[in-house]
Design a protein around this ligand. Sequence first.
Ligand code: AMP
Ligand code: MG
Length: 346
Amino acid sequence: MAERRAVLWLLAAAVWLAACDRPAPIVAFSGPTMGTTYSVKAVGPLPEGLDAAALQADLAGLLERLDQAMSTYRADSQVSAINRRDDDRPIALLPEVYAVLREAFEIHALTGGAFDITVGPLVDLWGFGPEQAGDRLPDPARIAALRAHVGMDKLRLIHEPPSLVKLDPAVRIDLSAIAKGYAVDALAERLEALGVENYLVEIGGELRVRGRNAEGRPWRIGIERPDPAGRRAGWLIEPGDAAVATSGNYRNFREVQGMRVAHIIDPRTGLPVRHDLVSVTVVAARCSRADALATALFVMGPEEGFALASRRNLAAFFVSAGEDGYRTRATAAFEALWVRSDPSSP
Ligand code: AMP
Ligand code: MG
């Protein structure tokens, strides 16, 4: 009898192992959002009562609500309403907008002001906002005039009830450097609430993973080589259950009067960042944080940014343009995630 039970147990174990080996079913879909695209992969059988179409409709509805709240491209968004307000009375905030602003203030403080959601007018002036600029470098007097209304000290966030005060009514906010990450978190949390345990969600390159991929292995994430010509995966990490965000100027830049102008502005100077950094990748538990930190560390540059990331034990990877190719630097927390740290090896 005991023998029979042992055989049955072995059989059950073998079946279970085989099940683990077999690639799990995968549901994948994508669509447009926030001026870019989103994609979702859910691995394993979907929870009872949920099919792929219903799941996609649910998540697309969620994204639509977030875009509706935070877009600077939509006149009817809450962010646009905040930007139109020209008095200093408290503005009641939607819960999502409050959550993003709270994190923005935190990252602003952590990075000594390198992350700043009020740089919008300067982004526009340098030609990356909804209104395209001309083909000349902006006039220094114009930069100075706009800088008078840039700075998060011109905003006050009130926690109870969640509201925002514009101490300088001319100040404008732009959540582009954090909103995609926040939306990734919202998708991830919605999937978890629906009982999906293995997934990859991504918006415009910012992503978050949990559990296992279709092969039953931990998710692996490729980090592109910063090559304007092509999108080749170069480096490879296993982030665990975490989010990965990258900021860079290798794709989104313009050439104006011979100067390479990036879309990321150093709020401390009012000028586009000018160092030789081409990208910064950050891994963190939440994607809103990874997204904001990647932008901030990119502003701070390869020395100051790397020093802050190391001191704070952040997982960050810096790629700079060198004489012949790239120079890279990873913090200790990032080193722990490598699958392939040398992009030239197969
Ligand atoms: P990301 O791609 O997440 O690095 O976000 C870049 C976008 O954030 C830019 O296109 C601008 O709209 C905005 N931005 C530029 N500079 C900053 C900054 N220093 N802090 C916050 N947002 C910024
Ligand atoms: Mg960002």
